[in-house]
Write a protein that binds this ligand. Structure first.
Ligand code: FES
Length: 281
């Protein structure tokens, strides 16, 4: 969403994949967020025309999985709800563990429960009232999931970190998560980011990237128009093809296999392991 006030925000499409006449999103008003949801709740009006960019899939569903387990916290249900609908459409088995503060705060709880009755799905709701003692036991959920199942999680950082820990021994190809906010990653003691240069293949221009600057900032400063949104490696908007050099991936979007291939990188947070990178810009 390219909002009239200049903010760019990414939201999950929540409608079933077969529905082609509209895009549906759900926006939770976040008082402590960076302002996008507050703007949308307070300023946008029915009938207003907004600019959007093409939908992008940085959190894909493996439809062929013999079992899929979804774990959602709060508004983290949004990227998972259309996956649930899709698996139901094709008759694939799934289960959903969905935690919210209260029943009133649980988006889509009723249609999800209805779908579970009609389809090969199972829904486990958890209402924690904001109390840590009533949080979902992710370790127990993961431990009770067969090793061949695909696991998906979206929710607050705390939940995603518990999910990562619970899945540490699982095949990474079967573990999927989407972050709303980047977790704090402590820099190892004494570590500093090195300077490097970026060559822009389409113009041949070479630009320096300082130790305290991101590639995205350097590229924007050079007057190149690139897509971006979260600026913290969680939305995938700034994905860029790498034509030369070795990226130092620091995002939470690309899979390990994609990172190992070195073919693309997220330029808002990732850096370079080689003195120069050549990007398809
Ligand atoms: S702008 Fe969101 S991942 Fe780079």
């Amino acid at each position: 969403m390219h909002l009239p006030n200049g903010l760019v925000r990414s939201y999950s499409l929540v409608n079933a994949p077969g529905e082609r006449h509209r895009y549906a999103i759900a926006v939770n008003r976040d008082e402590s967020g960076r302002g996008g949801s507050r703007y949308m709740h307070d300023q946008l009006r029915v009938g207003q025309v907004l600019q959007i960019s093409e939908p992008r899939d940085s959190f894909p569903l493996t439809e062929a999985a013999s079992h899929s387990v979804f774990i959602a916290g709060g508004i983290g249900i949004t990227p998972l709800w259309n996956m649930v609908q899709r698996l139901s459409q094709i008759g694939a088995p799934w289960s959903l563990h969905y935690s919210a503060r209260t029943p009133e705060a649980a988006a889509f709880a009723e249609p999800i429960a209805e779908l579970a009755l009609r389809a090969r799905g199972l829904v486990h709701m958890n209402y924690d009232g904001g109390m840590s003692s009533k949080r979902m036991d992710l370790a127990a959920i993961v431990a009770s999931t067969p090793s061949y199942a695909h696991l998906y999680c979206c929710g607050p950082v705390r939940m995603l970190e518990a999910f990562e820990t619970a899945c540490a021994d699982r095949d990474p190809a079967l573990v999927h998560r989407e972050y709303f906010a980047a977790p704090a990653v402590p820099q190892p003691a004494g570590a500093t980011d090195q300077e490097f240069t970026v060559k822009l293949a389409r113009t041949g221009k070479t630009i320096p990237v300082g130790a305290n600057t991101s590639i995205l900032d350097a590229v924007l400063k050079a007057g190149v128009d690139v897509s971006y949104s979260c600026m913290s490696g969680i939305c995938g908007a700034c994905v860029t093809s790498v034509l030369g050099g070795v990226p130092d991936h620091r995002d939470l979007v690309l899979s390990d296999a994609e990172k190992d291939s070195g073919e693309t990188m997220l330029i808002c947070c990732s850096r370079a392991r080689s003195p120069e990178l050549t990007l398809d810009l």
